[in-house]
Structure formats: C-alpha cells, structure tokens
Design a protein around this ligand. Structure first.
Ligand code: ADP
Ligand code: MN
Ligand code: MN
Ligand code: MN
Length: 334
C-alpha cells in the first residue's frame, strides 16, 4: 500500500510564550489528513483527567524536509465539545478577518531570531563578547555573520513549501537574522509565519543549533529581536490620509496591544536600540525610534503602508494581525 507522511503542527499552551508541537501520521495515498487528537495534559492545554484535545487541519503545504508526497499540516486546537480551545488565537482572528474582508488588509511580518549554540549565541567566543555592534547588520564574511548555511537552508525550505517568504538579512547583533513573510492577508501571513518558524526550528535541529525568538536574548548593549508588522488596507494603499488615520486609531489602543505583543516587551522596548519605549506612542517618518514608522517611500508617494515596530519576535501573529485589523476597521468604518 502506498502511503505519505503528514506532519501535524500545532501551538501549545505554554505560558508566557506558547511553543510549537508536532507529530506524524502515516496516511494512505489518496486520503486527506483527518481530524486528529493529542494529550493536552502534556502541552499545558488540559488536565490529566480530561486530557483529550482535538487537532483540526487548517493549512497544509509540501514538507520540504521529508520531500516527496509528504506534507506539513498546521492545525487549530479545539475542545472535544467542538468549541475552540482557549489557546486557539486563530479562531479569534478568523472572526475579525471575516468581518473586515472589505478592508482588504495586507500584512508583511519581519521575523527576527537568534541562533544559540548551547548557552551562547552561535559563533560568540567562549569567554567575553564579540566586537560591539556596528558591522554585523547585512554583513558578509566569516568574521561578521554566523550560521548562514542554516539561514540559506531555511529559505530554500520555505520556498519549496510554497510559503510567502520575501527576503532575509543578517541583523544588528551577531548570530541574529531576519526573514520576512508577506504581503498576505491576516490568516495567510500568520499561518505561513508559524510554519516558517517550525521549519526554522526543524532545520536548525539538523545543524545541532537552536533558534530562539526570545525578544532580548542577550542583556546589555545588544539589540533585541522584534517582529515588525507592516500593514495596509486598500484605502491606505491609495492615500497617506488613510495611513495617518490608521496610525491615529492605534494610539488610544496602545495599552491594549502592548500586553499581547510578546513576553518580555518591557525589556526590548526601552527607547534604546532602535525602539520607542513601551511607555510612549510615537509616529514618525523614517524614524526607527518610533512605535509606528511611515516608510520614506510612503511619505514620498503619498500612499502605501505603515510599520508597527512594537511586536516582539515571540509575538503570536494571530493576535497582532487581529488587533491591527480592528484598529484599521475603527479608522475606516468607525
Ligand atoms: P525594513 O526596512 O523595516 O527592514 P523589510 O524590507 O525587512 O523592511 O520588510 C518590509 C515588509 O513590508 C515586507 O515583509 C513586505 O512584505 C511588507 N510590505 C511591503 N509593502 C506592503 C504593503 N503595501 N502592505 C503591507 N506590507 C507590505
Ligand atoms: Mn527588516
Ligand atoms: Mn530587522
Ligand atoms: Mn522593520
């Protein structure tokens, strides 16, 4: 009998930052991946006496690690009574995305991350620190960047899986990198980002390296890791006034967004290292010290998109795209 392997992937209930979990089902060729279940008492999603949780496939793509006919299957988690599990942030986004399809929201998320070799960032000396930041951002050369072979393997895998990854670069802190996903609608950009994160962990595993989304992996004078979220509605892509109205709608919601923008956000949004303090809300053209940056070409063209620089690398994209869609809906529909 001919079979294929489906890698089921889901988001668990670990606090304060959920983790990815996965397991494999071998399926007869020609059959679709079915609804499945797992032991929620081992993933912080249930108590031992009623431990079953349900995996509902919602997005699938080719598995670039196994190749052939094998696939990756991203799932939403449900309770056995059919209601979304409380950790299922995608279900909340689904409702908001559907109600606001008319806005035609696009998102592009810049995922920063850091490679670790045991307890230190990859390539850092055993004692002390590398040279201070300055030459590493978009750097080239064995003395400037660490882990490029993993970054290249990850990019290739994302493209083979058909994910909407649109670029990569080395970041300001050595061993820190970024990939960008988008522009895509809120559900698609988030699904693609979660699968791209899974591929990052999975591929790094083969190199004996761990990738982390920790927002401030090294204390002190080193950049943190963010997930700048670029966004536009159809109206924003036509006029700067709509962009400014969206920025304005975000201001009174600052204290609503910050707690959902990733664990440890106070440590990263200090006002140093190309951030605006989490205590402030600032909009600025080309300003990397602003909460919301208006890219220079948007100011020049009089239309385009905005960059929300606040989200941490460890943010849940289902939360951030939901919150921003709600804000733009208030700006455009009241
Ligand atoms: P930065 O200069 O901040 O490092 P990047 O080039 O890393 O910017 O990322 C820019 C992101 O903006 C990409 O993810 C891209 O998909 C996204 N983007 C571009 N145009 C739009 C748009 N109109 N709406 C939403 N996102 C957009
Ligand atoms: Mn970037
Ligand atoms: Mn960056
Ligand atoms: Mn950016």
């Amino acid at each position: 009998m001919s079979v294929y392997k489906a890698e089921y992937i889901w988001i668990d209930g670990t606090k304060p930052t959920s983790r990815l979990r996965c397991k494999t089902m071998v399926i007869a060729t020609g059959k679709e991946p079915p609804v499945w279940g797992f032991d929620g008492s081992s993933t912080n999603q249930a108590e031992g006496h009623a431990s079953d949780c349900v995996l509902q496939p919602v997005f699938q793509c080719p598995d670039p690690v196994r190749g052939g006919a094998d696939i990756l299957v991203l799932c939403e988690v449900f309770n056995t009574d059919g209601t979304p599990h409380e950790t299922n942030t995608r279900a909340k986004l689904r409702a908001v995305a559907e109600a606001n399809e008319d806005l035609d929201m696009w998102f592009g998320i810049e995922q920063e991350y850091t490679f670790f070799d045991g307890i230190k960032p990859l390539g850092w000396p055993d004692n002390g620190f590398p040279a201070p930041q300055g030459g590493y951002y978009c750097g080239v050369g064995a003395d400037e960047v660490y882990g490029r072979e993993i970054v290249e393997a990850h990019l290739e895998a994302c493209l083979d899986a058909g994910l909407g990854v649109c670029g990569i670069n080395a970041e300001v802190m050595p061993a820190q990198w970024e990939f960008q996903v988008g522009p895509l609608g809120p559900l698609a950009v988030s699904d693609h980002l979660w699968v791209a994160r899974w591929l990052l962990y999975r591929i790094s595993e083969d190199f004996g390296v761990s990738a982390t989304l920790n927002a401030k992996p090294v204390k002190g004078d080193w950049n943190g890791a963010g997930a700048h979220t670029n966004f536009s509605s159809a109206a924003m892509r036509e006029s700067i006034d709509a962009c400014m109205a969206a920025a304005k709608a975000l201001e009174p919601r600052h204290d609503l967004h910050i707690p959902l923008y990733g664990a440890g956000i106070e440590e990263r949004l200090t006002g140093e290292h190309e951030t605006c303090s989490y205590r402030e809300f600032k909009v600025g053209v080309s300003d990397r010290g602003a909460s919301i940056r208006v890219p220079w070409q948007v100011a020049r063209d009089g239309k385009g998109y905005l960059e929300d620089r606040r989200p941490n690398a460890n943010v849940d994209p289902y939360d951030v795209t939901r919150l921003i869609t709600e804000a733009v809906a208030i700006a455009e529909k009241g």
